[in-house]
Design a binder for this molecule. Structure first.
Ligand SMILES: [Zn+2]
Length: 234
């Protein structure tokens, strides 16, 4: 095999590794963000349940104030009844008292419904709390692993970059430019083997002339179809 081709194969090996490592590194922030979103989602579900529980407390207090006001009104009506001597007024007050009692009863029904809702909410909050705590711990663990992976990938990329720099040595500049262009445009495969006279880059049969030139092993041969640099199987 031509020395140039051997060197380019070594370079291509580094470049392919770098490409894979860089893709993996690029994916890390998205992976971290998706874990963080899961934590935020479970926190939001917990918050929703807690917000409703707080709203129930507020509503209950407001109902209690309304009921207390109605009870005050009733006792005022009763005082007025004791003071009045007019039958008509007495009856009107009795009517007011009965109305106020009906309103109080309605308020108490609402309070009861709210208390039932609060009771059924309590275990839901506890469950959401636990789910959130578990989810958070699990996701933070996974995020920690991703950060570790990120660090390892960066280290590995640095190592491969160094070995790539070493692999560049002695490669003709013009040939290197050709290789770089092919690597970028031909799906990270600039140098490919020919198997049974077929280019493994484009899967087209090479001509007898190209095959002969390749076998003579005297110069760098490229595929007439895809332009990739060719070598015979090692
Ligand atoms: Zn080809």
């Amino acid at each position: 095999m031509l020395e140039e081709i051997e060197k380019l194969l070594a370079l291509q090996d580094r470049d392919q590794k770098l490409r894979t490592l860089r893709l993996e590194l690029q994916a890390v922030p998205n992976e971290v963000a998706s874990k963080q979103k899961l934590i935020a989602d479970s926190a939001a579900r917990l918050e929703l349940a807690r917000t409703r529980a707080k709203a129930i407390e507020v509503e209950k207090k407001s109902l209690q104030i309304d009921a207390a006001a109605k009870r005050d009104q009733i006792s005022r009506y009763k005082t007025q009844q004791l003071q009045t001597r007019k039958n008509e007024e007495y009856t009107a007050l009795s009517h007011e008292i009965s109305n106020a009692e009906k309103i109080i009863s309605g308020i108490e029904d609402k309070e009861l419904a709210l208390m039932e809702e609060a009771d059924s909410l309590a275990p839901k909050i506890a469950a959401a709390d636990k789910i959130h705590a578990d989810e958070k711990a699990r996701m933070e663990g996974q995020i920690g692993l991703l950060r570790e992976k990120e660090g390892n990938l960066k280290k590995r990329i640095e190592e491969v970059q160094q070995s790539r720099a070493a692999a560049l040595e002695g490669i003709d500049e013009e040939l290197l430019e050709r290789y770089d262009r092919l690597f970028e445009t031909k799906n990270a495969r600039a140098v490919v083997s020919v198997e049974h006279d077929v280019c493994t880059g484009c899967h087209m049969k090479i001509t007898a002339q190209t095959s002969l030139a390749l076998r003579s092993d005297k110069s760098v041969i490229s595929c007439p179809q895809c332009g990739r640099l060719l070598h015979l199987p090692a």
